[in-house]
Structures are given as C-alpha cells and as structure tokens.
Design a protein around this ligand. Structure first.
Ligand code: ZN
Ligand code: ZN
Length: 264
C-alpha cells in the first residue's frame, strides 16, 4: 500500500503531555476511590470492590450466541449441518483471518466501552481480563492496537485500544507494539454512514511505517480495538498490516455490533 506517512507520528504511545494528563486523572480517580464507596464500573451501583461489576451487570453482560462464523465471528443461526463460515464471508471474506469479541455492544458491555472512552481509563484492565477469560490469545503473536488519529489522542489523552492491548500483553506475555500501525489521515465519524461508505471512509487510513516493516514480516498480528461495528476499521487496519508483510491478522475486540443478541 502506497501511503504517505511523513507528517504524522505514531498515534500511540501518547505524548508526554497526554501521559501527564492521564496520570493526573488516574491519581484523582485513586483519591476518589478512597473517599467514595466503590461503584459498579457499568451502572455505578455500590459494590464491594472497586473497578468491578455488580452482580446484575455481570449477569446482564450480553454474551454472543454460538455458533459463530469462524472467520468474522458473527453469530450464525443454529443449523443441523454445521456451517463454518457465514454467507457474507463466503461472498467476500474480510482481510483479517478471524475476529472475536466476548460481548455484543449492548447493555453493561456498551456502558463499559463508553466509560473507558470518557476518562475511566482504568477500566481497560477489567475489560482486558474479560477478553482474556473469554478467548485466550495464541501462544505467539504481536498485539497491535488500532491507533487513534493524533488529534483525537490529544483530545482524549489516551487510546483506549492501546490500554486494552497493553493489559492483554501483561496477561499473555505477548509483545505490545503500538508503534507498528499509524493513521495516515483523519477519518470522519462513521455515524450515519452506510456499510459501503464506512469502508470508503477508512480505506487507506492506516499504514506500517516503512522502517518497521521488517518487524511485521511474516508475523501473526493480534489487532486490538474496543468495538467492532461494521468491521470497516478492522479491515482497513488489517489490509495495511498484510500489505506490510504480516503473515495473518486476528482481530480482538471487547464488544461487537451483532445482528442477533441473546442474554445467557
Ligand atoms: Zn452494575
Ligand atoms: Zn463471517
């Protein structure tokens, strides 16, 4: 992929200023934890331990109903004969080898995603533990978060996907390499866009810096994001990694927008 990289530094890790702001927020959150009774990370009801879920939210986590498409991870209708790949993947397989998420983007799972993006960055550790418990990572691979554009990184102060990937690295012992993937341009919000428009919006928006391509060659990449919606962002990021020589790309998100959701 011939993408222009020159003026844009890696979107993650965060700048020193963003790290300082992030540390200040974490410190004030720690002080608040001492002053306030611990609250459920999703609904704010009182709980026994900080940064956990209350029993109702834990029970209400919208787990994805099986069977799942072995490629894109979309729940499929149960059938007598096991269909391994969904119709959409049979029509046009995505560039990533697999996509998995423990939860549908709904209920307490949606609340956690919204809160981790709104200043509650410490929730990433809890969310990563839930991802790890649901779907342990392979023994080999490099964890690469979906990068934010630098302007959004400056505004938020941190990339929640990089926090998830970092926490997964600590749990798994795999390498976390946020520098391997950068945004080459800013993309507009995908809200209100059709599926085709979402793909066009992010096409070519990611690249591997040329100097880092040897580190990607032949590697299994575990691409980490908070939510998979249309799959357009994951597909564009996976395409950039594959164009740089990655052996395969597996997408891991905390939640996904699914066609069918059941509580179990
Ligand atoms: Zn709760
Ligand atoms: Zn599929």
């Amino acid at each position: 992929m011939a993408a222009t990289l020159a003026p844009i530094p890696p979107a993650s890790p965060a700048s020193p200023l963003a790290r300082a702001r992030s540390a200040a927020r974490a410190a004030s959150a720690a002080v608040l934890d001492l002053l306030m009774p611990p609250a459920c990370a999703a609904c704010k009801e009182p709980v026994a331990t900080p940064h956990g879920l209350c029993a109702a939210c834990f029970a209400g986590l919208p787990r994805l109903p099986h069977p799942l498409c072995t490629r894109c991870g979309e729940p499929m209708p149960p059938r007598g004969l096991v269909e391994e790949v969904c119709l959409s993947c049979r029509d046009a397989a995505p560039p990533f080898a697999s996509a998995r998420a423990p939860f549908a983007y709904d209920g307490p799972a949606r609340a956690l995603v919204l809160r981790v993006k709104s200043g509650r960055e410490e929730l990433a550790a809890l969310m990563a533990r839930m991802m790890w418990a649901a779907d342990p990572l392979p023994a080999e691979g490099i964890l690469v978060p979906v990068p934010l554009h630098r302007w959004r990184l400056l505004a938020r102060g941190y990339n929640q996907s990089a926090l998830l990937a970092g926490a997964l690295a600590r749990l798994s012992g795999l390498r976390h390499a946020p520098e391997l993937l950068v945004r080459t341009r800013r993309t507009r919000s995908s809200r209100g866009l059709s599926r085709a428009q979402r793909h066009a919006n992010v096409a070519g928006a990611f690249a591997v810096p040329p100097a880092l391509r040897p580190g990607v060659a032949g590697a299994t990449i575990l691409l980490v994001d908070d939510v998979l919606t249309s799959g357009a962002t994951a597909a564009a990021a996976a395409s950039a990694l594959l164009a740089a020589g990655a052996g395969s790309v597996h997408v891991r998100t905390f939640a996904r927008v699914a066609r069918e959701v059941t509580q179990s």
